[in-house]
Design a protein around this ligand. Structure first.
Ligand SMILES: *Cc1c(COP(=O)(O)O)cnc(C)c1O
Length: 217
């Protein structure tokens, strides 16, 4: 589809939902993509990207940040505690805060550095055993705990179960955000960002619809 088509569709979805133009941020998910595809999107002026792997991001982004000023890169993949230090140095935001031990680690790093990336708490809205994220029943206590640690929690993130209509999951996440006084909603990918915007997404994470299919071989 490409970048400009996705931007047009986001604008249409904002309008259809009666939302302000520009209220949804497009995170272009560049994991695993060949560099020339990412550079084309950078040259088109896009500056907000998402990555899933700390080491991959470390290898790619320092040079692009120098060449293309104003880049913002968000971590959207599972974060191991032993990569947390590198992650807070590499990313403007982390969307995958999903457990107390990681919160503690990020709080210690924030204290040592005097700053922290913006944080989104990942919620396992479908309570899927194989999926990361705080369970819905545990969320309010976890938000309170993170706030006590002075962590800059900006919102919630989810990846709905693959085989289900995502809309009820998006609605659940939006409801949990309101309940906890959080404004950010990181939800919606290539296949469902329109539904996510209708449900209040502030950040959509779109990869293959912008860059083409990923080749993991
Ligand atoms: C890979 C990934 C995306 C992008 O997926 P597409 O289907 O390519 O748009 C979004 N969010 C997360 C958490 C991802 O891992």
């Amino acid at each position: 589809m490409g970048l400009s088509e996705i931007k047009t569709r986001i604008a249409e979805a904002e309008r259809a939902a009666g939302r302000a133009s520009g209220s949804v941020k497009l995170i272009a998910v560049s994991k695993v993509q060949p560099p020339e595809r990412v550079e084309a999107v950078l040259r088109a002026g896009h500056r907000l990207f998402g990555e899933n792997y700390v080491q991959e991001a470390q290898g790619k982004w320092p040079a692009w940040r120098e060449e293309f000023l104003g880049c913002e890169v968000h971590m959207i993949g599972p974060l191991q505690s032993n990569k947390a230090k590198l992650a807070v140095e590499l990313f403007e935001a982390i969307h995958t805060l999903d457990r107390p031990s990681l919160a503690k680690k990020l709080a210690n790093l924030a204290q040592a550095r005097g700053s922290s990336p913006d944080l989104f708490i990942q919620v396992n809205t479908g309570a899927e055993p194989q999926k990361a994220g705080v369970l819905p029943d545990d969320l309010d206590a976890f938000v309170a705990e993170a706030r006590k640690m002075d962590l800059p929690v900006k919102g919630l993130m989810c990846i709905p179960p693959e085989s289900e209509d995502p809309s009820p999951h998006f609605a659940m996440l939006a409801e949990m955000a309101v309940r906890n006084g959080l404004e950010g909603l990181s939800m919606g990918m290539s296949s469902d960002f329109g539904k996510a915007i209708a449900a209040g997404a502030t950040h959509v994470r779109v990869g293959s619809a912008i860059f083409g299919a990923r080749d993991y071989s």
